[in-house]
Design a protein around this ligand. Structure first.
Ligand SMILES: CC(C)(COP(=O)(O)OP(=O)(O)OC[C@H]1O[C@@H](n2cnc3c(N)ncnc32)[C@H](O)[C@@H]1OP(=O)(O)O)[C@@H](O)C(=O)NCCC(=O)NCCS
Length: 182
């Protein structure tokens, strides 16, 4: 599925090389959740991630997709739905652009809009939510631009470089999405 700048697609084994370029880069991973990225990752673990992401059934609770450029099909990073809850029709979302030279140029917001389109228009979800650390102002600006609202704060939840920081909970409901995308 395509936006203005990026396309979301399934993982391929050939993505491994591009993933290994950022997966151990703390400038990127400091913003990501999941304790697994606190320690160095091997290419073996990443290949397993690729294979499990590619093999997940259509209605699995977690779905991960690659972000690639429309212009030249260059791998930029990934997006995911986490813990899709089919009863509440809600899902957590996550995003990373691993190639730092593409930060702040609109690619992340475009990828998030495509992910929202998938979540609301294809999967028929009702609510998307995410967690973002207070020191990740670029991400917060991007999410607000996409229509996410601040819903709450998990106080001093994130340990980062010797101090604790707030985690901000953001979310968007399908009606808000439809109002923005009539
Ligand atoms: C978060 C991320 C996906 C956003 O994608 P992006 O392509 O960089 O973001 P965009 O260019 O679409 O939008 C960034 C917004 O932040 C603003 N911005 C850029 N640099 C900023 C900075 N240092 N501080 C605050 N705002 C900043 C931009 O002006 C833009 O806002 P605007 O459209 O209102 O002007 C991307 O930066 C990324 O992958 N970062 C590392 C991993 C990460 O943080 N993942 C999210 C975890 S919750």
């Amino acid at each position: 599925m395509e936006g203005k700048l990026v396309r979301l697609r399934g993982y391929e084994r050939s993505d491994l090389e591009a993933i290994m370029k950022w997966i151990n880069d703390e400038e990127v991973t400091q913003f990501l959740g999941g304790e697994i990225l606190a320690l160095p990752q091997s290419s073996i673990a990443e290949m397993k991630f690729i294979e499990s992401a590619a093999e997940r059934p259509a209605l699995a609770a977690d779905r991960s997709l690659v972000i690639e450029t429309v212009a030249d099909r260059k791998y930029l990073g990934g997006v995911a739905f986490h813990g899709i809850n089919w009863h509440n029709r809600a899902a957590g979302v996550g995003i990373v652009i691993g190639d730092k030279s593409y930060w702040g140029r609109g690619y992340g917001s475009d990828a998030m809009r495509v992910l929202m389109r998938l979540g609301f228009d294809k999967l028929n979800l009702h609510r998307l939510w995410l967690h973002v650390y207070e020191f990740n102002q670029r991400a917060i600006a991007s999410y607000e631009r996409c229509g996410f609202k601040r819903e709450g704060v998990l106080r001093k939840e994130r340990f980062h470089k010797g101090a604790y920081y707030d985690t901000i909970v953001m979310g968007i409901l399908v009606d808000e999405y439809r109002a923005m995308n009539p």
